[in-house]
Design a protein around this ligand. Sequence first.
Ligand code: CP
Length: 306
Amino acid sequence: MPLTTKHLLGLEGVTREDIQLILDTATTFREVLERPIKKVPTLKGKTVVNLFFENSTRTRISFELAQKRLSADTVNFSASQSSTKKGETLKDTVRNIEAMKVDMIVVRHESAGVPNFLTQISKANIINAGDGAHEHPTQGLLDMYSIREKYGKLEGLKVCIVGDITHSRVALSNIYGLKTMGAKVSVCGPASMIPWDIEKLGVKVFSRIDDAIAENDVLNVLRIQLERKAGASIPSIREYHNFFGITRERLEKHSKKPLILHPGPINRGVELSSEVADGPYQVILDQVTNGVAVRMAVLYLLGTMN
Ligand code: CP
């Protein structure tokens, strides 16, 4: 069964069946990653360009590894070394890259809406690798995969997204995807970091982290995004940690320990203590491994639908 979408721009509006198909396909590729030879010929002959206008460690390497493990030809574009530095527009850059006959474009950009814009000027399949504070759909999918791997389901699970919700594209993709899959989604953080109308998305708001720990099966803890001026929303990093940081002492006050996720990169000692970031309740590096399998699934499903 093919996906019903040609592009992956976000998880808003993506059907339950499409998400299920991606997660189930990722399970097959997750097994490939455990083999001595972690490569299949599925996308042989396809060309993928990774168009990164913003810094990335996990997403960029994960996409590149996923493409190589599917035997696709991959090209990496780095904005800092490109002709965008000479004044070339985004439209001209993309049209020139497409003239070299590429099949798929993975794009990360600091502006929300760029992946959608590329669908209007290119015939390639477009995959959003994070656009501003809008969405980061493959992060949402790998988070869901990691939760499902641990609990065997998503339906009915209570998942709380903690931290700087306002500046987070990860939060929005998690909210849309998890709600579509039947999870009960909430957010927790300082009022200044939670959009005033967030409840319209059908999520509950916790103002106290101890209540969020007590009531949820999963905490997806977000990075405080100082580069997006998140510091202006809180009196100080120390105060944020005191009120919302996840520490061993906080977790151990409760008999039921929630599973801890973090999309990375972590600010150790801010949103998570190092003891929690490296401790028994987290699956942070499993998320990174699962990310390769999930991205293989997305690339495979989009790349073989034409
Ligand atoms: N989670 C995530 O998007 O990390 P990078 O910014 O390193 O890609």
